[in-house]
Design a protein around this ligand. Structure first.
Ligand code: KG4
Ligand code: ZN
Length: 340
């Protein structure tokens, strides 16, 4: 089964051709970083406009590089949510047009389920119940994933997503966009124990998250000790590297502990961590350490499959097709800003 995947839920226009949910025939991602970086975050109107400009070219390139023709493609998969409605609609319109013109089935895909299946593209296919942490710019959530079933939500963020906290802190400190990568890089030369930031656990058995408190703690810190966005770096009474490393450590601590709690509660030893923040070096290191301590089989996608891409959408569509077959009328498929 050869699936053409299309992803446009936020600020990446992406397309990929994937065979049987695992063999990547091609993958194309057009990033919009240069469009949004002057604003320090994604500007929804600019994102949709850029998707319109890029989408045909991106899909065309993915099909060409796959060595397939449109005739060889069995189904079209597209992200329908959650995401920015204006951005989602561009991918959906393209997918509907191709599916209608080429008489192919269309599979709507949940973006978060896409992130989840990115963990199982390499190595053994999923054969045991797993706990999966989805940690991205828009979401931070824990899922229970069983072979052949839709992922079940165990807990989610009550306010900001972890990636959003990285992006907001980087913006506050004038470090640029996207903030996660900048903080990751700067933290390498920082002391993660230099400052203590609050870790919000929301009660002993809670699998939910909250990251707005830590963001406020960083705001209060710079009010008191100075902000590199307003001052020369040399005139600050502390090292920015130490500040961001300490912030990052607090976020990673919560993610590792909550995922451990979920795996203990569900009695599983298979754990996956996916989404843009799963590209973070310190997070990967800490999860690898915890996996050793707990005897987990840990799945971390390669960096190119952590951030938004269409390979994961085609891979998830294959799982959706295995569960439900082709059960959608092309014209009933629509964008949804919130989904499980
Ligand atoms: O999954 P993704 O590409 O888009 C969403 O679905 O949201 O995730 C983007 C998020 C951004 O918040 C970005 O700052 C964060 O992932 N991110 C990172 C790293 N790379 C991307 N956060 C921490 N460390 C990184 N290396
Ligand atoms: Zn994403």
């Amino acid at each position: 089964m050869i699936i053409l995947g299309i992803e446009s839920s936020c600020d990446e226009t992406a397309s990929a051709v994937v065979e049987n949910g695992r063999i990547v025939r091609s993958q194309v991602v057009a990033s919009q970083i240069s469009v949004h970086s002057p604003y320090g975050g994604v500007v929804p109107e600019l994102a949709s406009r850029r998707h319109v400009e890029a989408i045909i070219q991106v899909i065309d390139q993915a099909v060409r590089e796959s060595g397939c023709t449109f005739d060889d493609i069995d189904a079209i998969a597209v992200t329908c949510g959650p995401g920015l409605i204006g951005s989602l609609l561009v991918g959906i319109a393209a997918a509907k047009a191709i599916a209608y013109a080429m008489d192919k089935p269309l599979i709507p895909v949940n973006h978060l389920e896409g992130h989840i299946w990115a963990a199982f593209l390499e190595g053994e296919p999923l054969d045991e119940p797993s706990v999966c942490l989805v940690v991205s710019g828009g979401h931070t959530a824990l899922y229970y994933v069983c072979p052949g079933e839709a992922p079940k939500l165990l807990g989610t963020t009550l306010d900001d997503a972890a990636g959003e906290a990285f992006d907001k802190v980087a913006k506050l400190l004038g470090l640029g966009y996207p903030g996660g990568i900048v903080i990751d890089r700067l933290s390498e030369n920082g002391n993660p124990q230099a400052f203590h930031f609050p870790r919000s656990f929301l009660g002993k058995d809670s699998l939910d998250f909250s990251f707005s408190g830590i963001k406020t703690a960083v705001v209060n810190f710079v009010k008191k000790f100075g902000n590199p966005a307003d001052k020369e770096k040399g005139t600050l009474g502390y090292r920015v590297e130490d500040l961001v490393a300490s912030f990052q450590e607090a976020v990673v601590d919560v993610l590792v502990e909550k995922t451990t709690l979920a795996s203990d509660m569900k009695g599983v030893s298979h754990v996956a961590v996916v989404g843009g923040v799963a590209a973070n070096r310190r997070l990967r290191e800490r999860f690898a350490e915890r996996a050793l301590e707990k005897g987990w089989k840990l799945r971390l996608p390669p960096l190119s499959l952590c951030t938004d891409n269409a390979v994961m959408i085609a891979a998830a569509a294959y799982e959706v097709w295995k569960r439900q077959g082709f059960s959608w009328d092309i014209f009933s498929v629509d964008a949804v800003s919130r989904w499980y």
